[in-house]
Design a protein around this ligand. Structure first.
Ligand code: B16
Ligand code: MG
Length: 218
């Protein structure tokens, strides 16, 4: 019996990966090397500082910790310039409707994202009020695949993990949900996300929960 749905942000509710990619590519190019869309796949669901480490590895470059902080801040400035241009039209198909249908069915909703910019993004999309609880990169100390982000979401909602379903597009995110004792619905490639209980192409394809009191959700 499902009592709460926890949603990842990038790749589930909105596709900010394209903006992350443009900003990381610009950083790489200024440092004198190429960064491809395929390289960018490795950054999905990964924290900002870990992403930078991967980018620098792609260029075979090492930087001091102080330099890394500056580079990550520079990337984030470019990224936020793009985020600030976002509109609600960029919400992924069916995402808003699905979260609303959960709420109509009496199911609690939470956001569980690695992004420290989650609040800004949700506000640009006008959907911050769709989530009962928001856990973002500012509230966690351990990155996915550690289950901390989702366990905090469940705890703040007051729902036991076994009654929670997590919607995730990243392998590390699916692993985090399973490690937390939750159900996981993967969004994307069934081969990559084989640890999920079910994989769909997007929230427009998610089975709608029944209206409150109308019985159980398959
Ligand atoms: P920020 P998610 C993740 O979001 C992104 O997938 C990942 O590419 C990004 O590096 C991470 O957020 C941190 O983002 O730099 O904004 O703090 O998928 O967990 O919603
Ligand atoms: Mg994601």
């Amino acid at each position: 019996h499902i009592k709460a749905c926890i949603f990842d942000l990038d790749g589930v509710i909105v596709d900010t990966a394209v903006y992350h990619y443009k900003a990381w590519k610009r950083l790489a190019n200024e440092l004198g090397f190429e960064f491809t869309e395929l390289d960018n796949e490795q950054l999905k669901g990964v924290s900002r500082m870990r992403s930078l480490e991967i980018v620098l590895q792609c260029g075979g470059i090492t930087k001091t910790e102080a330099e890394q902080k500056l580079l990550a801040a520079q990337k984030n400035t470019w990224y936020m310039d793009m985020v600030n241009q976002m509109t609600p039209a960029e919400i992924l198909p069916g995402a808003k409707e699905f979260v609303e249908s959960c709420r109509d069915a009496g199911i609690k909703t939470a956001l569980g994202s690695a992004s420290k910019n989650s609040m800004t993004i949700l506000n640009k999309l006008n959907i911050a009020n769709l989530f009962d609880v928001i856990i973002d990169g500012n509230k966690v100390s351990k990155a996915k695949p550690d289950p901390e982000v989702f366990l905090k979401g469940a705890a703040e909602l007051g729902i036991e993990p076994k009654y929670c379903v997590v919607f995730e597009d990243a392998i590390a995110g699916v692993e985090a949900a399973k490690a937390g004792g939750m159900k996981a619905i993967g969004i994307g490639d069934p081969v990559l996300l084989h640890e999920a209980d079910m994989v769909i192409s997007g929230l427009d394809k998610a089975p709608r929960p029944p209206k409150e009191g109308a019985g159980d959700w398959a």
